[in-house]
Design a protein around this ligand. Sequence first.
Ligand code: CAO
Length: 454
Amino acid sequence: MADVKDVPVPDIGDFDSVEVIEVLISPGDTIAAEDSLITLESDKASMEIPAPFGGTVKEVKTQVGDSVAEGDIICTVEPAAEASAPAEEPTTSAETEASTASATAPRAEPAPAAEPAAASEPTPPAQAQLPEEDAARPGLGPKPSPTAHIDSERQRKAHASPGVRRFARELGVDLLQVHGSGRKGRILYEDVKGFVKKSLEAPAAAGAGLGVAPMPEIDFSEFGEVETKPLTKINRLTGQNLHRNWVTIPHVTQFDKADITELESFRKQLNEEQKDKGVKVTLVSFLLKACVSALREFPRFNSSLDAAGENLIFKKYFHIGVAVDTPDGLVVPVIRDVDRKSLIELASELMEVSQAARDKKLSPKQMKGGCLSISSLGGVGGTAFTPIVNAPEVAILGVSRASMEPVYQDGEFVPRLILPLSLSYDHRVIDGADGARFTTFLGRLLSDTRRMLL
Ligand code: CAO
């Protein structure tokens, strides 16, 4: 067994204290001569320190954040039987690129542990390459790029060569977000390029363009058994729209309650009378009617912002979307001219469109042109929720499950059927006071259906 040897920091030029920003080896690693051991970075340059000979790393004596000078011990290595000739000087970023470029050429004596990742690193684009004069400054490393000093702690922790880090800095890429496909997760040029390409292709991806960190890619199988299934087309399209609306519209949700005790007994009576006609009147038909009255009373709720966000377009028609839950996801067919249809007609149309939605028979036209949307979770449950505005509409009415509640009336508590309302609106268009007026108005109409005739 060969004697374990210390590997000191070689001559690194005029520097007497340079920060270790990357440690590329661990105890037990087999290394070849000239494999990079650590990366140093001063305020002027970054450089990789190569192994003077091949062997097995026994102990690593430096860590990220240490300041080192010539002669400080980086690690101890048990030399391989036929150790290569010592490498004398640290490899600068420029030299790393040069050796990368020639890595495809056959070597007289291939290094036993030559880094396959490095071999696959393509030459960076012209602007990321270093000027020749930098490569001609032995021991000093390349001249710093103007952005070198702004390298953040995050960038420093990433496992990548100085050239790749420089490339990433120039493009404004946070290396900690980049998946490294090289050996031990080392980040290559192509990983940085792939990351930029992916970011440009998916501007709506979580976090992109918002100045927040994108979602990390997580391998859930690390934590237990998983199964991957693709989203349905509806899921994907709805998801994109919901995401856009959620991040671009300042939402406020106004909660309220409506006493629908009388409405419910009227609805039951109506359904009893209609039972042979095959149409069931549900609460949503009443909500459609009530919403028309409220839209007439508060025309701003029946408007849309123009694309420039400078004008409000007021609509004189009353088309209302109804969110329908289908096995493939949420769709919102629009019932047109609600103001011109009777309660029974609306109930019948609602049955038709919700069935068509579940049978995937809705045409794109049937899902356009809404003024307001209704999302009813009453048949499912819950007490309140915060629906997302269906742009370019400016409001959406959510209703939850009605339940019997004690209501204080004329000096005593009486049981009443109470419907929870959750109205989300675009705060750029609608003030808080109007939001509350709208739900109060709706509540009054639903408590006393005669008012819908007014
Ligand atoms: N409170 C209590 N019970 C209610 C209720 C409420 N608010 N709303 C409906 N119900 C009852 C109905 O009366 C019906 O009961 P019966 O069969 O005893 O009469 C039962 O719940 C089922 O109703 P329904 O939900 O099928 O029918 P609907 O007309 O009320 O709703 C539709 C139709 C298409 C809106 C509904 O089927 C649906 O898909 N809802 C889900 C919408 C959704 O997913 N929204 C979330 C989007 S996120 O914004």
